[in-house]
Structures are given as structure tokens and as C-alpha cells.
Design a protein around this ligand. Structure first.
Ligand code: FPP
Length: 243
């Protein structure tokens, strides 16, 4: 019997990671403060999460705040932190009821106690969900993550739980913030910049990249679908020669 395309498993990416860039420029183009763009960007997150099940995306990882973002003005940093709190308070129930499992990656040390408490609650309230795994990178930097992982690994060696000669490519990922996640298949960066800006450095070694001009607040589920289809039509060889 010929395969029914309606029933075929999606051949698009299973794990999509997004660098959501361009909020500031989007706001400035409208003569509004940068935070106006971040609020518009936050609304896009919901649309993209909702599109995931239909596109076969099981894992979505989004870059919300980098270890370098503290260098922004105090007004912008404080505004973003308060946006994250409000977003979590507003969305926890919907995410929990819609099968979304939320995790945070990044270093929590510089975050305020109230935000950490909200992050913990959201993780706990969604811990039994499995439809889509949404990971939010908050105070995240790829180099910082590898450094923190190495510190934990070194402690295990010092404690006699791990032998240096047993450390290989399989060992380090078990100490990364992303240890329970598969590597991203597709990394998207919006707003026309072709950089990875310290995002998922170890994990994206074999990921496909899409750098698109759209500013994050203009990004739509339709554009995500287009990128997923284009991913499905490419051949990934992981360094091997085609058969
Ligand atoms: C980059 O745009 C965006 C950020 C640093 C923040 C990303 C945050 C959001 C989209 C808010 C919502 C997130 C969650 C998880 C609710 P930019 O400010 O660097 O833009 P620019 O390059 O145009 O200045």
C-alpha cells in the first residue's frame, strides 16, 4: 500500500533551538522603548510553542537572557527580569494544562530569589508533561556552562568517583545543564545576524543553522513551518560520506 503522507511521521527537526534576536530594533523602528519589543517578543513565544506539536517538534530551546546581557542598561535588565516573572506567573497554568514541560538552563546565581522561586514552581508544575519540552536559557552562556560542567566533573574526579582516563565525549555532556536533552537538530537565529553568540556551543556541533532576516517579534508559526520543511529536505551526514 502506498504511504499516506498524512500519516507519515514528520521528517523535520525534533529539537529546534532559537536565538530570539531583534526585539530592540523592532521597537526602535516604531519609536518605542526597547522593552516594548521584548514584550512583543514574549507574545511570539506562545505562538511558537503552540505550533510545535503540529510540526513534530518535541524539544524547543529558546535563548531568553545571556550571561553577556547583564551589560545592558539597568533599566533594560530590570525590565527583562520583571517580564520573565510576569510571563511565568501568567503562563504557568496554560503551560501545565497543555502538556508542556518547562526547564530552565543557565546559572541561577545572579538571578533574584523571587524569579528563582517562580522558575522552580513552573518546573515542578509541568514535571509530568511530555508533549513538548520547552527549555528556557536564562543567564545562559555556552562557555559558562562548559566551565561549570568541568568544575562538577573535576569534583567527581577529586572525590574518586570518576577516573580521568574514563573521560570522553560521552562524559562531559552528562555534566552540562542540558544533560537530559537531545542535541538540537536545527538552530534558528532571527534578525539577520550570522553569529551563534555563545548559545549551546557543545550541543550544536552537528546542528543545521538558519539565519533569517525576520526580527523576532515578527516571527510566525508559518515561518517556523517553512524552516522545518527546508530542514527535512536536507541531508545530514554528521561528517560521513553519503552512501
Ligand atoms: C534579543 O533582542 C532579545 C533578548 C535579549 C531577550 C529575549 C527575550 C524575549 C523574547 C522575551 C520573552 C522571553 C520569554 C522566555 C518570556 P535584542 O534586544 O538583542 O534586539 P536588538 O538586537 O534589535 O537590539
Amino acid at each position: 500500500m502506498p504511504a499516506d503522507p498524512q500519516n507519515e511521521p514528520p521528517c523535520g527537526p525534533r529539537h529546534v533551538a532559537i536565538i530570539m534576536d531583534g526585539n530592540g530594533r523592532w521597537a526602535e523602528a516604531r519609536g518605542r522603548p526597547r522593552l516594548y519589543g521584548h514584550h512583543a517578543g514574549a507574545r511570539r513565544v506562545r505562538e511558537v510553542v503552540e505550533a510545535c506539536p503540529g510540526l513534530g517538534i518535541k524539544y524547543l530551546t529558546i535563548f531568553a537572557f545571556s550571561t553577556e546581557n547583564w551589560k545592558r542598561t539597568q533599566v533594560e535588565v530590570a525590565g527583562l527580569m520583571s517580564l520573565f516573572k510576569r510571563y511565568i506567573i501568567k503562563e504557568t497554568r496554560t503551560l501545565a494544562q497543555n502538556g508542556i514541560r518547562v526547564r530552565f538552563i543557565g546559572d541561577r546565581v545572579r538571578l533574584d530569589a523571587k524569579l528563582i522561586e517562580l522558575m522552580d514552581t513552573l518546573e515542578r508544575e509541568t514535571a509530568n508533561n511530555d508533549l513538548v519540552h520547552l527549555t528556557v536559557a536564562l543567564n545562559y552562556g555556552g562557555r559558562d556552562e562548559v566551565a561549570r560542567a568541568t568544575k562538577r566533573l573535576a569534583r567527581d574526579v577529586a572525590a574518586g568517583n570518576l577516573r580521568p582516563e574514563d573521560v570522553d565525549e560521552e562524559t562531559l555532556p552528562r555534566y552540562l545543564d542540558t544533560r537530559v536533552l537531545p542535541d538540537p537538530d536545527l538552530v534558528i537565529r532571527t534578525s539577520g545576524e550570522a553569529r551563534i553568540s555563545n548559545f549551546l556551543l557543545w550541543q550544536s556541533a552537528y546542528s543545521e543553522y538558519e539565519f533569517i532576516d525576520t526580527l523576532w517579534p515578527d516571527f510566525t508559526a508559518a515561518e517556523l513551518e517553512r524552516l522545518c520543511k527546508s530542514f527535512g529536505s536536507r541531508e545530514r551526514r554528521f561528517g560521513a560520506v553519503p552512501a
